[in-house]
Design a protein around this ligand. Structure first.
Ligand SMILES: Cc1cc2nc3c(=O)[nH]c(=O)nc-3n(C[C@H](O)[C@H](O)[C@H](O)COP(=O)(O)O)c2cc1C
Length: 325
């Protein structure tokens, strides 16, 4: 008998727990030549903003031991061009489409984006990227949102990421919750002391799930020129190098929150995907590995089936958080 692979994230049902991480799969069209996109559990789009963005100046990426640095700076065509040019193909695929949204410097934009996407039937869920380490949000809008939506004391956002502060996270998620019925997934930054308090803030404000983790802030230096390898100096580290940190954060969050976790960070094969599920992730996302092997996500789906059959597990959900200590 075929094992059951389906899982629920908020209101959406994924036929299997394998998704692709925002920013590493474009808007899916780039990958259609390599894999049957219909096989994926869900597709998370590259983060979009209200207005088009050119992103950061080059160099924007470099390789590091067991990973890479990126400082793309949310290059994207903007909301309306996304709806006009990218969404039609995504709609045709027939798997849940999770649209990742963010803002350069205005937290209010999250609500504008969410309100517009709420009206589009084929958008299954909205992922709030409040953790992009290459973008800093200004102070004013978050404090406005805080007092506006929650009654939480107005919080001045001093150049930190929204997801580096529980009050800001709460205020932003709460504000978006008010304007959309769609499943909300909040993507958190690992660049914090205690991931669980941020995950709890997202949950308490009405997020249906959290995505863990975005990239770790890092620097790489060219010793000949003594210049940073990335134009913006700091950048986000991803790939297998960050996996043990990501698994630890998923495990910590799993013990504190009730909403599902989408785990990511250095997943490159079936064994690394399973680590996340055993630690507590309901679903997983493949990121950097897509650049090395564009077929890796579907290979992981196959591998999951084989693992479940081999271990006589009928339903993948029994594996979630099954870590034995
Ligand atoms: C080139 C690149 C671009 C990324 N762009 C985004 C993005 O637009 N939005 C986002 O939420 N995360 C973005 N990420 C972070 C990934 O979605 C993921 O959280 C992170 O890379 C960890 O997973 P991985 O190690 O499997 O890549 C990006 C990562 C990379 C490598």
């Amino acid at each position: 008998m075929q094992p059951k692979l389906s899982v629920n994230i908020g209101k959406i049902k994924l036929k299997n727990p394998v998704t692709v991480a925002s920013g590493t799969f474009g808007y899916a069209e780039e990958f259609g030549d390599f894999i049957n996109l219909k096989e994926l559990g869900a597709i998370v789009t590259k983060t979009i903003t209200l207005k088009p963005r050119q992103g950061n100046p080059p160099p924007r990426t470099c390789e590091t031991p067991a990973g890479m640095l990126n400082s793309i700076g949310l290059e994207n065509p903007g909301l309306e061009a996304f709806i006009r040019e990218k969404l039609p193909l995504l709609k045709k695929i027939g798997v849940p489409i999770i649209v990742s949204i963010s803002s350069e410097d205005d937290a209010q934009e999250f609500t504008v984006l969410a309100r517009r996407l709420d009206k589009i039937k084929e958008v299954a869920a909205i992922e709030l990227n409040i953790s992009c380490p290459n973008i800093k949000l200004a102070s004013k809008p978050v404090s406005q949102l805080a007092s506006l939506s929650t009654g939480t004391p107005a919080h001045r956002h001093t150049g930190k990421l929204i997801s580096q502060d529980p009050n800001s996270t709460y205020a932003l998620v709460k504000a978006v919750r008010k304007v959309t019925q769609k499943t909300i997934i909040t993507k958190l930054s690992p660049n914090v002391t205690d991931i669980t308090e941020i995950a709890m803030a997202a949950q308490n404000a009405g997020s249906d799930a959290v995505s863990l983790i975005n990239t770790l802030t890092a620097i790489s230096i060219d010793i000949e020129t003594r210049k940073p390898k990335i134009a913006m100096v700091t950048a986000g580290l991803s790939g297998p190098a960050i996996r043990p940190v990501a698994v630890r954060m998923v495990w910590e969050a799993y013990q504190k929150i009730k909403i599902p976790i989408i785990g990511m960070g250095g997943i490159i094969d079936i064994s690394s995907a399973l680590e996340f599920i055993i630690a507590g992730a309901t679903a997983i996302s493949v990121g950097t590995a897509n650049f090395i092997n564009p077929k890796v996500s579907v290979e992981i789906i196959e591998g999951l089936k084989e693992y479940l059959i081999k271990n006589k597990i009928k339903d993948i959900r029994t594996l979630i958080g099954s870590l034995k200590i």
